[in-house]
Unconditional design. Structure first.
Length: 277
């Protein structure tokens, strides 16, 4: 049922005030598309969740089999929606130091599907470059940890005139959108920023890289200078809810929806990602 929540496997909508996720953002989360009762790419999301817990040094063992079972059961009655899974380090005393052996808190919530206009997939979206920048923190790079304040500040820079904002790092390199990863076609090579100092390694980002290699498209993960965006033949965004959104306008620079973007989008449409392609 959309709007329902479970905490540690039980229906609930209240969390202890002592939870470290609330106090310190001490945890990770995943946002998963649901289609015809199935949470899409669930194993990939749970793999990233496990990696995040390991990077945050959760010493309590994460019961992924139980989380996977509950996620599937919760999604069964949902035709089209969004699932959010949150794992925190659990409740603790005041102060940054955490006690060993504490059981993590698992929260699963179901939400309505955001009905984006189909034109965003076909014609593309308008995007800005945010003034808010991402700090370098390799210890947290790649994972989807609970502290999203950089993205919150960046998203506050516009209202409805853009569909997404791009974020640079402290050196002025492109990293990602506030809620997405970015790909550029440069000299017939599909380029995406390295996620080693900041940013999130998106699940759909990984799928796009895999599909591109299968199609014989050269791929390159590297630093991307901000000026390179305006030299690209094609540019598109990805995440687990939007799928692929081509960029049509970036700071008055117009892009066409090119053949590589269309091919990858159609490949996603023909697979289990049809809901978000």
């Amino acid at each position: 049922m959309l709007g329902a929540h479970w905490i540690n496997g039980e229906p609930a909508d209240c969390l202890t005030i002592a939870d470290r996720g609330l106090h310190y953002g001490d945890g990770v989360f995943e946002t998963i598309a649901i289609h015809h009762g199935h949470p899409l790419l669930l194993d990939a999301h749970l793999d990233r969740m496990r990696t995040g817990c390991e990077q945050l040094r959760f010493d309590a063992r994460l019961d992924l089999s139980s989380i996977r079972r509950q996620a599937k059961e919760s999604a069964r009655a949902v035709n089209k929606g969004v699932m959010k899974i949150i794992i925190t380090r659990g409740a603790g005393a005041r102060g940054y130091r955490y006690a060993a052996g504490k059981s993590p808190t698992c929260i699963i919530g179901l939400y309505p599907w955001p009905e984006f206009p189909n034109s965003r997939h076909i014609e593309g979206v308008d995007v800005c470059v945010c003034a808010s920048r991402l700090g370098h923190q390799p210890l947290l790079s790649g994972i989807k940890h609970l502290n999203r304040l950089e993205q919150v500040m960046a998203r506050g820079e516009w209202t409805d005139e853009y569909e997404e904002g791009l974020m640079l790092d402290q050196e002025g390199c492109v990293v990602a959108g506030t809620m997405s990863n970015i790909f550029l076609l440069l000299a017939d090579t599909l380029v995406t920023p390295m996620i080693d100092r900041c940013g999130v390694r998106g699940v759909v980002r990984h799928q796009v890289l895999r599909m591109a290699l299968e199609f014989g498209i050269e791929v390159n993960e590297r630093r991307v200078r901000s000026d390179e965006m305006f030299q690209a033949q094609e540019v598109f965004l990805t995440n687990s809810v939007i799928g692929i959104w081509p960029i049509k306008n970036l700071q008055r620079h117009r892009f066409s929806v090119g053949p590589i973007t269309k091919r990858l989008r159609e490949a996603m449409r023909e697979t289990h990602l049809a809901i978000i392609a």
